[in-house]
Design a protein around this ligand. Structure first.
Ligand code: ADP
Ligand code: MG
Length: 256
């Protein structure tokens, strides 16, 4: 049975997509069968996995509108080692079209149920909003991974997300929980980041992942080569920390 996780944070530019593609590549490297679902019309996870979003014949849009299955719409670039259900600008239209439809927030869940045996992990890259798209992600998932930068306003933004997850848990998806908070783009030389990191641990205890992802330019360069950093430069600090994070995820889930 596939473990399904949303990578979510209502803020943009906090490292959701970077976390999604690098965790996927890290999990693939430790032998897991992985599907990345790109739920952001910007299609960054698609491009960052070596799939040209402008050339998609079928995408997550077709799956949400139930005109294709995941098995039909998935793509793969062999260099990255995992499957991708891609997205492009067409997906922005789904937001409006879904409102009219039945089971509008459960479309992705239904589609993923049919692909359950094909994967060990499904990672859903969410857009930076609480839209019908994000809701489809949260309704499908067993848990949420929240990447965050240790900055002053980070904790404030987090309470909105935690409330949203509580609401979805109460009303739509009793399986949903926060798996953990992942500190990303971390720079230990910055005192404020250390302070926020300590506050996070005080508030959230073992919901804060042990692994910390450093700020690392190789992770930022990799998307322009259509590769996750883990594949682009495996020796870099950023890549190594994401592989470590993949191991931590497998370890944590093994405990349950
Ligand atoms: P989101 O999906 O939340 O909008 P991204 O993953 O696209 O965020 O990250 C935003 C920007 O920060 C991108 O340019 C990305 O390459 C860069 N970035 C993300 N994580 C790191 C990191 N650990 N070190 C350096 N740059 C990073
Ligand atoms: Mg993104």
């Amino acid at each position: 049975m596939a473990k399904i996780f949303c990578i979510a944070n209502q803020k943009g530019g906090v490292g959701k997509t970077t976390t999604t593609v690098n965790l996927a590549a890290g999990l693939a490297q430790v032998g897991q069968r992985v599907l990345v679902v790109d739920l952001d019309p910007q299609g960054n996870a698609t491009m960052g996995s070596g799939i040209d979003k402008r050339k998609l014949e079928l995408s997550v849009y077709d799956v949400l509108l139930e005109s294709a299955s995941i098995a039909e719409a998935k793509t793969r670039n062999d260099k990255v080692g995992y499957d991708v259900l891609g997205a492009n600008r067409e997906l922005a239209g789904a937001e409006v079209e879904l409102v009219e439809l039945e089971r509008r927030e459960r479309r992705l869940k239904t589609a993923l149920a049919a692909a359950n045996d094909d994967y060990d992990f499904v990672l859903i890259d969410c857009p930076p909003s609480l839209s019908m798209l994000t809701l489809n992600g949260l309704c499908s998932a067993h848990g949420v991974v929240v990447p965050m930068q240790c900055e002053y306003f980070a904790l404030e933004g987090l309470s909105d997300l935690v409330n949203t997850i509580k609401q979805v848990h109460a009303n739509l998806n009793p399986d949903l929980e926060i798996i953990g908070l992942l500190r990303v783009m971390f720079d230990p030389r910055i005192t404020l980041q250390q302070q926020v990191s300590e506050q996070l641990k005080a508030h959230f205890g073992d919901k804060v992942f042990d692994t910390v992802i450093p700020r690392n330019v190789r992770l930022a360069e990799a998307p322009s080569y259509g590769l996750p950093g883990v594949v682009f430069d495996p020796a870099s600090k950023g890549a190594q920390s994401f592989v470590e994070f993949a191991r931590e995820m497998v370890r944590r889930l093994g405990k349950k």
